[in-house]
Design a protein around this ligand. Structure first.
Ligand SMILES: [Zn+2]
Length: 287
C-alpha cells in the first residue's frame, strides 16, 4: 500500500516536472531537470575591457556556478585567452584570434603579416583552432590571407571558428575540403533549413548556436524548425554564450540557464550531445 502511494506521488512529481514551460524564468530554469547537465561553452571571448571588471578567477567562478565545465575561448587580444588558460588549464580550450592592436574583424584578411603572427603565437602549443574570425563579405573568403589561414589550419590540424554566412563557408570548402569548421552562430542569419543543407553537403562542418537562443526558443518554447535540426543533426551542434561585450558577462549565468531551459525540451541524450559531448569529442578527444 505504502509502495503504491509512493509510486503515485512519484508519478505526480514527474508530471509536475514535465508540465510545459511558460514564459521564461531563469530562476525556474535553474531548478529544472537539466541543472546538472555539464556544459561545454564553445563561444567565449575574454576581451580587454572585461579584464578589470571580471578578473580571471571571477570568470572561472562564474563558469563553475553556471555548470560550464569546459570553455572554448578566443580573445582580442589573445593575451586574454592565455590569462584564463593560466587560471584554469583543465577548463579552458584556447583558440587563437587574429585581432590585436590595429588588426580588426574588418581588415585582418588584408594583413599579410597575420600568418607570421599566427605561427609565432602557435609556438605555445595550447591552441585547438584559429578564430573566431569574421568574413563580413563572402568574396573575402578567397583572399590570399584567408586562403593561407585555412591552409595553416589544415597543416597544424586546427579547427577554424568562422563568423560568416553560408556562402563564405562554401567557398572555403571549395578550395580546402579537409578543413574542419566550427561555424559561429550557425551563420547568424541563415535559417535552420540552410544549416541542415550545409551539414548534408560538408562532413567537416559543425556549428555553435550562440546569439540565436531567442530565435531558437522564443518565450522559452523550442521552435519546431530548430527542434527538427537538433534531432536530425544532433552530432553537429554545440552551444555558446558569446561574451563579446561585458553585458554578456553580466548575464552569463542567465544565458547558460536559458540554454538549459530549451535543451530540457529535447530528448535527454540529444541535449547532452549538444550541451557537452559534441564539443568534447571535437576539441578534447580529437575524434
Ligand atoms: Zn564571437
Amino acid at each position: 500500500m505504502l509502495r503504491s502511494i509512493l509510486f503515485i506521488l512519484f508519478l505526480g512529481s514527474c508530471f509536475f516536472l514535465m508540465a510545459g514551460p511558460g514564459l521564461f524564468d531563469p530562476a525556474k530554469a535553474a531548478d529544472g531537470q537539466n541543472k546538472d547537465l555539464p556544459v561545454f561553452d564553445t563561444h567565449v571571448h575574454y576581451k580587454e575591457p572585461a579584464w578589470s571588471v571580471y578578473p580571471p578567477d571571477v570568470i572561472i567562478e562564474m563558469m563553475e556556478r553556471a555548470g560550464v565545465v569546459k570553455a572554448l575561448v578566443s580573445s582580442s587580444p589573445d593575451e586574454g585567452t592565455r590569462m584564463l588558460y593560466r587560471q584554469d588549464p583543465e577548463r579552458i580550450i584556447p583558440f587563437l584570434r587574429p585581432y590585436h592592436d590595429e588588426v580588426t574583424s574588418s581588415n585582418w584578411h588584408q594583413q599579410e603579416e597575420i600568418i607570421d603572427y599566427f605561427k609565432k603565437r602557435l609556438e605555445m602549443p595550447i591552441y585547438k583552432g584559429l578564430g573566431e574570425f569574421h568574413i563580413h563579405n563572402p568574396i573575402d573568403a578567397d583572399s590570399p590571407v584567408i586562403k593561407k589561414t585555412v591552409k595553416l589550419a589544415v597543416e597544424r590540424d586546427l579547427y577554424i571558428h568562422v563568423h560568416s554566412n553560408h556562402r563564405a563557408v562554401e567557398q572555403i570548402f571549395a578550395y580546402e575540403p579537409q578543413v574542419k569548421i566550427l561555424w559561429a552562430h550557425a551563420g547568424m542569419s541563415d535559417p535552420p533549413a540552410v544549416v541542415a543543407d550545409m551539414f548534408e553537403r560538408f562532413e567537416n562542418l559543425w556549428v555553435d548556436i550562440s546569439i540565436r537562443e531567442y530565435e531558437i526558443a522564443p518565450n522559452g518554447i523550442l521552435a519546431p524548425e530548430w527542434q527538427k535540426l537538433f534531432l536530425e543533426h544532433s552530432d553537429r551542434i554545440t552551444i555558446g554564450s558569446d561574451t563579446w561585450v561585458n553585458g554578456q558577462w553580466d548575464n552569463y549565468e542567465e544565458i547558460i540557464a536559458f540554454d538549459r531551459h530549451w535543451l530540457a525540451q529535447l530528448p535527454p541524450e540529444v541535449a547532452k550531445q549538444i550541451a557537452f559531448d559534441n564539443a568534447k569529442r571535437l576539441f578534447i578527444d580529437g575524434t
